[in-house]
Design a protein around this ligand. Structure first.
Ligand code: ADP
Ligand code: MG
Length: 212
C-alpha cells in the first residue's frame, strides 16, 4: 500500500489543474470577503510549480513537496503564499528521501503541514480559514487508518471531511486574515482558503484512488 514518487508528481499536476479550473471561483469567493485574488494567486503559484517539475521529476517525494512549497512562497503573494508554502515545505520535510509513502506516512506529512500552517498563521479551528478544512481532513485520515480502511477509502473520507469543514466556514465570522476586517459581515460566505484546501485534498483522493 504505497503512494509512489510518480503518484506524488501526478497529484501536484492534478492540483495545478484543479486550481486552474477553479481559479475564477476561488477569486469570486475571495471577492466577497477579501480582495479577490485567491484564485489568481494560487493559479500563478501552481503554474510556476508545474514549470519546476521537469527539473525534479526524478527526485524523492520530499524534494517534490519542498520545491512546490518554495515555489509557492516565491510566486504567491498575500497570506495564501506563505501558508501554502509552509504546508508543502512541512510535508516535504516529513517525506525527505522517500520514494514512496504508506498511508501513515501521508497522514504524518499532512499533520505536519497542518502544524506548520497553525504555527505560521496562528489561526484556530473556527476562525474561518483553510485550517477549518485541513484539521478535519487530518483527523478523518488518522481515524481511517485506525479503522484499517483501504487507502482509497481513507483518502475519500479525508476529502469528505475537508468538504464538510469548507462548508462549515459559511456561517462563521472570520477572525484571521483579510476577511476578519469585515467582522460580522464575513458570515454567510464560504472561505476561499478552506475551499482551495478541499480542492487540493480532493485531488489527492482522486489521483490516488487506484493506489494499492
Ligand atoms: P490574502 O488574504 O492575503 O489576499 P489569499 O486571498 O491568497 O491571501 O488567501 C486568503 C485565505 O488565506 C483565506 O481564505 C484563509 O483561508 C487563509 N488565511 C488567511 N489568514 C490566515 C491565517 N492566519 N491562518 C490560516 N489561514 C489563513
Ligand atoms: Mg485575497
Amino acid at each position: 500500500m504505497s503512494i509512489t514518487r510518480d503518484d506524488a508528481l501526478a497529484w501536484i499536476k492534478a492540483v495545478a489543474g484543479v486550481i486552474n479550473t477553479n481559479s475564477t471561483y476561488l477569486t469570486q469567493l475571495d471577492a466577497a470577503i477579501g480582495d479577490a485574488d485567491h484564485g489568481a494567486n494560487m493559479d500563478r503559484g501552481f503554474k510556476a510549480v508545474l514549470n519546476k517539475m521537469p527539473e525534479i521529476s526524478d527526485k524523492d517525494i520530499g524534494t517534490i513537496f519542498k520545491t512546490t512549497g518554495m515555489t509557492l512562497i516565491s510566486t504567491v503573494g498575500g497570506a495564501g503564499g506563505p501558508l501554502y508554502g509552509t504546508f508543502f515545505l512541512q510535508a516535504g520535510t516529513k517525506t525527505v528521501g522517500k520514494m514512496e509513502l504508506s498511508l501513515s506516512d501521508w497522514a504524518e506529512a499532512l499533520e505536519s503541514a497542518l502544524s506548520g500552517v497553525l504555527m505560521r498563521g496562528k489561526a484556530e479551528l473556527g476562525d474561518k480559514t483553510m485550517v477549518d478544512a485541513l484539521t478535519p481532513a487530518v483527523n478523518a485520515l488518522k481515524q481511517a487508518i485506525k479503522d484499517n480502511q483501504p487507502i482509497n477509502k481513507a483518502l475519500g473520507l479525508s476529502a469528505e471531511a475537508a468538504k464538510a469543514g469548507m462548508e462549515g466556514t459559511i456561517p462563521l465570522v472570520a477572525r484571521k486574515g483579510r476577511a476578519s476586517y469585515l467582522g460580522e459581515r464575513s458570515a454567510g460566505h464560504q472561505d476561499p482558503g478552506a475551499t482551495s484546501t478541499y480542492l487540493i485534498l480532493n485531488a489527492a483522493a482522486e489521483t490516488w484512488k487506484e493506489v494499492a
